[in-house]
Design a binder for this molecule. Structure first.
Ligand SMILES: Nc1nc2c(ncn2[C@@H]2O[C@H](COP(=O)(O)OP(=O)(O)OP(=O)(O)O)[C@@H](O)[C@H]2O)c(=O)[nH]1
Ligand SMILES: [Mg+2]
Length: 251
């Protein structure tokens, strides 16, 4: 039987992007359901999503009251998906940076692993249309996360990923505190520390086609401090603990 798949897409002012992204998801994964989590976007994305959901029974929308950050949007999306019995829960940006053509590759890897991360930086660099300074910051941030926490992945700030249900069920979602890039790091780090097997698949990342970036200095600052906080939480231990460590070694 095919795994019940949910693609969660947070949106804030993504009016031009939500139509094309849902068409592309269904082109490559016709049976997947899509859950948009919109934070009352001033540009009317929420109303457009309601129309799309009314026209296609594979599309769903959650509405937040105000811009509460990417992390909060995903946490409410995960809870929604777990309550409704999905087996695989994807994270994907709305802006076209995460190519839905990769979904089948994630699905294949998820049949062997517990958490699958899209990576821009393993076996080469696959980032299109980013200014050099942004690329260097992103690559350096990845190295920094690995250096401080030991998390053995090549692109820990990436936001294109696929969780199996068991991983999300094992995580106390209400205890996940971070919101911006550090949300991606905190989720993967928490899964890894719990002993889950992490797989990586190569993705090509393209800068957003339309709309504007919501990245801010505050988000970068949050990520810097969160990395230290995560490492401290486990007293700078660099591998999963207890039974989890045995599970990890056995894999
Ligand atoms: N619901 C919700 N979605 C958000 C929020 N902030 C960002 N998003 C969405 O999260 C995704 C990633 O945000 P982006 O602004 O693309 O961040 P980024 O990919 O790091 O930066 P750019 O690609 O340069 O814009 C997009 O789909 C955004 O619309 C938020 O506060 N609430
Ligand atoms: Mg983006």
């Amino acid at each position: 039987m095919q795994a019940k798949t949910l693609v969660i897409i947070p949106t804030y002012d993504e009016r031009e992007n939500v139509g094309p992204i849902s068409t592309a998801v269904h082109k490559h994964a016709p049976e997947a359901h899509i859950l948009f989590v919109d934070d009352n976007s001033p540009d009317g994305t929420g109303e457009l999503l309601d129309k799309m959901a009314a026209a296609d029974d594979r599309i769903f929308v959650l509405h937040g009251k105000e811009k509460a950050g990417l992390g909060r949007a995903y946490i409410s999306g995960f809870k929604w998906g777990l309550e409704r019995g999905y087996d695989l829960l994807f994270e994907m940006d709305a802006d076209g940076s995460h190519d839905p053509a990769c979904i089948p590759v994630f699905l294949d890897e998820a049949s062997r692993g517990d958490l699958v991360l899209g990576t821009r930086y393993k076996c080469g660099i696959r980032v299109i249309n980013w200014p050099l300074n942004r690329l260097l910051i992103s690559m350096f941030a990845g190295k920094f996360v690995r250096f401080v926490t030991g998390l053995p992945v090549s692109d820990p700030t990436g936001g294109y990923k696929c969780f199996t249900r068991r991983v999300l069920e094992s995580i106390d979602l209400d205890a996940i505190r971070s919101n911006g890039y550090s949300f991606q790091i905190e989720m993967s780090y928490t899964a890894w520390m719990a002993g889950w097997r992490i797989g990586e698949v190569p993705i090509v990342f393209e800068d957003r086609r339309a709309g504007y970036s919501k990245l801010s200095k505050a988000i970068a600052r949050e990520a810097f401090w969160m990395v230290w906080r995560l490492a401290w939480r486990n007293r700078f231990r660099r591998r999963p603990r207890g039974r989890a460590a045995e599970d990890w070694a056995a894999r």
